[in-house]
Design a protein around this ligand. Structure first.
Ligand code: NDP
Length: 482
């Protein structure tokens, strides 16, 4: 197939995709406002007046406002507490801050919420039911919670290319988090695919570690803000190449060795030898959980009513990247979170949830179980590895992590909890990739978090991404000593 034909196939595939992304109507009939009766609240246990799903700038800003309005608020932090800002570096466009690191900003917002009395739960909501009120939310641990109002602030997840080689070499040279994985590419040549603000951030993050970064941009311009583009000039080892589409990721069966690209201007296809591929091609909203109940805009963004954050279901609000396909900025997400909080507060007043009723049902409010997990053992050397893994009588799960990797840190509580539950049947240990470089290199770890499972001293399984508590339980179950 020649280059033009390949591009037509690509174009037709894109059209099919675009057609599949139209607005959608909910399949299930949500509860009507007339059925929202305080009687339903008085006979329930595990009640939350304001449940916020997601803990990025939208969710945390909403929590500050609902708590200040004296509404008991629980934030379900999800699989990446702090959201996408945890994976960014300097933020120069947060009002009132000349420059602040993304993770610092999110830590401050969380502290502000805790100081006001917001409850934070390291939990993911896996199921919702908006056909009944109070709304039902199910956590990954199996708790059913009854929420009088819900603010959806689930953000968005990085897109993948869907081309040959991407899946095969995921975590073996292909990744989408420079903050987490740049240190594994010291002295190497890498490409960043994409031309938006995220791509520029990834390239800058990589530039201080690698030999060279080539940004492969499909159009003849960058989409990134001009101030972001200006920052590139300070890094002589970053090169921007326009009009290039990536057709395939190439490898030797073990590791990425290059990318097959097409230069559209020259109408020329060629192989570019490189060691790593960092994807930064935009994001898709995390809203599939709500699709049966809520009206959606194109591409899965939740539809909100004009001049409010209310969704098509009264009492359910959406904020941030889950509903905003236009601005997609942290500051705008925070603002929409605040609007959602004000809307939720007004809704609770309208349905008659007064302070008196809140006092009356105080004993029925949801309380999270306090879990006191023990630290998982840390391996520092190959001698530790030999003793604790190779000579172990039970199977061993080795969690590779680093303190600078947000998704690794987010996963540690789940690792500790599952380790405690499965004591005697499987052992968990962790390896700090910065400190135990010999163990890291021996097992070709180029992306974190990564979990390796050993049985009778032999490597039997590898999982290359962060996992939720439930996924982790299911993953380790198959290797446990019966
Ligand atoms: P964007 O949607 O802004 O950019 C995506 C980039 O990927 C575009 O260059 C796009 O190309 C390219 N792309 C998309 N699909 C493909 C594909 N299949 N192959 C090759 N290239 C592809 O997403 P971002 O994640 O960069 O940013 C999301 C939002 O977050 C934006 O609003 C951004 O401003 C914001 N942000 C702000 C930051 C800051 O202020 N510090 C940091 C990071 C993000 P094309 O242009 O041709 O469509």
């Amino acid at each position: 197939m020649n280059v033009r034909m390949k591009m037509s196939v690509f174009f037709i595939a894109s059209l099919v995709f675009v057609q599949g992304c139209a607005e959608s109507k909910p399949k299930k009939k949500p509860v009507s406002r007339s059925a929202m009766n305080m009687k339903n609240v008085r006979n329930k246990k595990n009640i939350i007046p304001v449940a916020i799903i997601g803990s990025g700038p939208a969710g945390l800003s909403a929590a500050v406002y609902t708590r200040r309005a004296n509404r008991k608020t629980v934030v379900f932090q999800g699989s990446l507490p702090g959201g996408q800002l945890m994976q960014t570096t300097e933020v120069e466009n947060w009002p009132g801050e000349i420059s602040i690191l993304g993770p610092t900003l999110m830590q401050r917002l969380e502290e502000q919420g805790r100081n006001l009395g917001v409850d934070f739960l390291n939990e993911t909501i896996v199921k919702v039911n908006f056909e009944t009120w109070p709304f039902e939310l199910e956590t990954e641990s199996g708790d059913i919670i009854y929420a009088l109002s819900v603010i959806i602030a689930t953000g968005a997840a990085p897109n993948k290319l869907g081309i040959k080689g991407e899946k095969e070499y995921w975590a073996a040279g292909v990744t989408s988090c420079a903050v987490c994985d740049a240190p594994f590419y010291k002295g190497k040549d890498v490409v960043v695919i994409g031309g938006g603000d995220s791509a520029v951030e990834e390239a800058i993050q990589l530039a201080t570690h690698v030999k060279s970064v080539t940004m492969l941009v499909r159009k003849k311009r960058l989409r990134a803000a001009s101030r972001m583009q200006d920052r590139l000039a300070a890094y002589p080892n970053i090169k921007v190449v326009f009009n290039h589409h990536v057709l395939e990721i190439l490898g030797d069966g073990q590791q990425v060795t290059g990318v097959k690209v097409v230069d559209e201007e020259q109408n020329k296809e060629y192989d570019m030898p490189i060691d790593g591929v960092f994807l930064a091609i935009g994001h898709t909203p995390n809203t599939a959980l709500f699709a049966d109940y809520l009206e959606m805009e194109r591409d899965g963004y939740i539809k909100v009513l004009a001049r409010s954050q209310q969704t098509s279901v009264e009492g359910v609000f959406a904020a941030g990247d889950a509903e905003d396909f236009h601005y997609r900025q942290a500051g705008v997400a925070a603002g929409s979170g605040i609007k959602a909080a004000l809307d939720a507060d007004a809704f609770l007043t309208e349905v008659g949830f007064s302070n008196d009723i809140a006092d009356e049902i105080a004993a029925s409010l949801f309380r999270s179980k306090k879990i006191d997990n023990q630290e998982v053992m840390q391996l520092g050397s190959m001698a530790d590895f030999e003793r604790e893994v190779v000579k172990s009588d039970v199977p061993v799960v080795v969690d590779f992590y680093a303190d600078y990797c947000p998704s690794c840190i987010a996963m540690l509580p789940a690792v500790q909890e599952v380790a405690q539950e499965s004591e005697d049947r499987i052992k968990f240990v962790k390896v700090d990739t910065e400190k135990a470089q010999d163990i890291t290199a021996k097992f070709h770890v180029y992306k974190i978090p990564v979990l390796l499972v050993f049985k009778d001293g032999k490597l039997v399984a590898r999982h290359n991404d962060a996992m939720s508590k439930k996924e982790l339980r299911e993953f380790v179950e198959q290797f446990m000593q019966k």
